[in-house]
Design a protein around this ligand. Structure first.
Ligand SMILES: Cc1cc2nc3c(=O)[nH]c(=O)nc-3n(C[C@H](O)[C@H](O)[C@H](O)COP(=O)(O)O)c2cc1C
Length: 228
C-alpha cells in the first residue's frame, strides 16, 4: 500500500489527474474487506446489478457507477495480488448479462447506470523486462473489452527497485515520476496516455545482464560465473 513501489508510481499519476481537473478517490483493495465472488449469479438473476455479499465492496459500487475512469494500480505478483483479483471478479454486478459477439469474442456490456468510460493500468514489477507485465496488461485489456469500454493505456515500471537508492528517489526515478504525473494530466485532458510518456516510465535503468548480476549478488546466487 503506501509503502509499496506501485504507490510510488500511482501517486504522481493520480496527482496529474487532479491537476488536470479530475476528482480522484483512492482505495487500497487490501484495506477493504472484499470477499471472493461466489459465482451465484445473484447479481444477474435474482437482484440485477446487486451483489448479495454485504462487505466493503458495497462502499465501492456507488463510486464505481459514478466514475468515468477506473485506474487499476497493481503490482505484478505472477500475475496479480489475490485481493485485486477478488475486486475485479466482484465487478460483475456492474455488467448486464446481455451478450454480443464483438470482434469474434463473446462480450457483455456495462449497465446503463454505470458511467465508466475507460480503464487504465498502473503497475510495477521487480524484474527487468516489460514482458513481465503481459498477463496483467491482458487482464486489464480483457476487462475493458468485456465492459465495452476503452483500455486507455498502461504505465508500467519494471525493475522498480532501481528508482530508489539508499532510501532516496534517484534522479532517473524523479524523471519517471514526473512522466507519470504528466501521463495523469494527459489522460484527463486527451483520454489516453501518450506513448512517449509510457515509454519514459518504462525505460530500462540498467542492462538486463547488469540487472541479473545485481539481483543474484544480493541473493547470493551460486551459479553466476560471470560475477567475479
Ligand atoms: C508473490 C510475488 C510475485 C512476483 N512476481 C513477479 C513477476 O512475475 N515479475 C516481476 O517482474 N516481478 C514480480 N514480483 C515483484 C513485484 O512485482 C515488485 O516487487 C513490485 O514492485 C512490488 O510492488 P509493491 O511494492 O507495490 O507491492 C513479485 C512479487 C511477489 C511478492
Amino acid at each position: 500500500m503506501e509503502k509499496g513501489y506501485t504507490d510510488i508510481l500511482a501517486r504522481p499519476f493520480l496527482q496529474g489527474m487532479r491537476e488536470a481537473g479530475a476528482e480522484v478517490e483512492l482505495f487500497y483493495a487490501k484495506r477493504l474487506m472484499i470477499k471472493p465472488c461466489t459465482g451465484e449469479f445473484h447479481c444477474w438473476d435474482e437482484k440485477p446489478g446487486e451483489c448479495y455479499q454485504h462487505d466493503e465492496m458495497q462502499t465501492l459500487y456507488p463510486k464505481l457507477r459514478e466514475a468515468n475512469i477506473l485506474v487499476l494500480a497493481v503490482p505484478v505478483y505472477i500475475p496479480l495480488p489475490g485481493v485485486m483479483q477478488n475486486l475485479i471478479n466482484r465487478l460483475c454486478p456492474l455488467l448486464e448479462p446481455i451478450l454480443e459477439i464483438r470482434d469474434g469474442r463473446t462480450r457483455a456490456r456495462l449497465r446503463s447506470n454505470v458511467q465508466i468510460q475507460r480503464i487504465v493500468l498502473v503497475s510495477t514489477g521487480g524484474w527487468w523486462e516489460i514482458g513481465n507485465f503481459n498477463t496483467l496488461v491482458g487482464i486489464a485489456a480483457e476487462l475493458a473489452e468485456t465492459m465495452g469500454i476503452e483500455f486507455s493505456g498502461a504505465l508500467l515500471r519494471p525493475h522498480a527497485y532501481l528508482m530508489i537508492r539508499k532510501g532516496e528517489l534517484t534522479k532517473k526515478g524523479e524523471e519517471i515520476l514526473d512522466a507519470a504525473r504528466k501521463a495523469g494530466q494527459a489522460l484527463v485532458r486527451h483520454g489516453k496516455i501518450p506513448e512517449d510518456l509510457s515509454t519514459s516510465v518504462s525505460r530500462p535503468l540498467i542492462s538486463s545482464d547488469a540487472f541479473v548480476k545485481l539481483w543474484n549478488r544480493r541473493y547470493g546466487a551460486m551459479n553466476d560465473q560471470t560475477d567475479t
